[in-house]
Write a protein that binds this ligand. Sequence first.
Ligand code: ARG
Length: 469
Amino acid sequence: MSSDQGGNQTWGGRFSEAPDALVQAFTASVAFDRRLFLHDIRGSIAHARMLARVGVLTERERDKIVEGLEQILVEIERGEFAWLDELEDVHMNIEARLTDRIGDVGKKLHTGRSRNDQVATDLRLLLRDEIDGLLGELARLRAGLIEVAEREADTIMPGFTHMQVAQPVTVGHHLLAWQAMLERDAGRLADCRKRVNVLPLGAAALAGTTFPIDRESVAAELGFDGVAENSLDAVSDRDFVIEFLSAAALIMTHLSRVSEELILWLSPAFGFVDLPDRYCTGSSIMPQKKNPDVPELVRGKTARVTGHLMSLLTLMKGQPLAYNRDNQEDKEPLFDTLDTVRHCLGLYADMVPHLGFDAAACRRAARRGFATATDLADYLVRNGVAFRDAHEIVGKAVRHAIDAGCDLAELSLEDLQRFSKAIGPDVFDVLTLEGSVAARNHIGGTAPEQVRIAAKRARQRLEADAPAT
Ligand code: ARG
């Protein structure tokens, strides 16, 4: 309670005046950290139960506190909770409301803890749940890619290097490359989750507490794998946020690369693929336009997530042990990252099964760029020509085909034989697109048969590491 002589409601006896209005506005975090309410209440309930187990609270006190906290949770979920800036943050808002509701016994909840270990606990609990949600969205997207890869296992498109037509590949093979990126991302999230899932509570402000606390039992109740070993580190560490943001930035980098390819493929200049209208937008001036705004925005939002990773790295770089208020700045970048990545993954997971490939357009593009030139060189090698000589011979044949305005496969046998006597009538088998992809029939290769096998293996791995429900 504030004293009547101009005391300070939040900070109590030591303070002789109320905070400056600007300072209060500047330091308050409740506008954004209220997002932690559920995990704050869960952590407080576990703390109160432990305090009763070790005899710091009576069972009656514990029951009143737990019941009060559960009622506050309902109030918040119903939107009836009055969040107050003057109470600074989510922790003080909930604690003050507890004392309002249940009286002085509410003031005992904060025994043996500090907001420093409390906020670190809340953040880890929330992030753990969010990682599980993201793993679910990643799994959904990966499943969609595998499904479309199987559907398009035989569809031939140009493979590019330097954005120039290189060799024919199958669409399914390309989609499984995207899947491979996202599979690594899921592994990184799962790995990061292990280091998130450690309990800081018990570190109190920085040095531990004089009460006979039982941290292991709190860890077990909250589903943590263990307790943080060092109290100074426990309240100060934000590695787990940085690790998560770096995994998130990589996810976005991958989605951005996928987006870039989709944007190209959706352009009428390529015309490889189409998206249902509901995933596209129009132009206010050009009536013919169907714009790929979702992939463009995903590509654009990658910038903010990369920025958030830089924010956290910079936030931590000069901090001495233990807790510093700087750490309050960890939340907005983290929360924005969580929302951004979840929306982007969710949209892609919804969209990918509806990708409609135009096999004829893909095939036309593959034929245009002499995509089977390497196959001709390999053919010559099989017929006894050294690879470097074969490279030279095929280069000349391509030059000739460019001048004649046709593909290698459209040259006559006599024409081709002018470049090498090693060419026979069976050359046309290797100059077809189907022959070219089918010949790359080994693990990791683009042959339709391999794509089907790879898709099956990817699905087995996906099912094996699906988050336990
Ligand atoms: N709002 C603070 C944060 O986000 C909670 C911890 C405050 N601790 C303190 N000693 N002022 O980090």
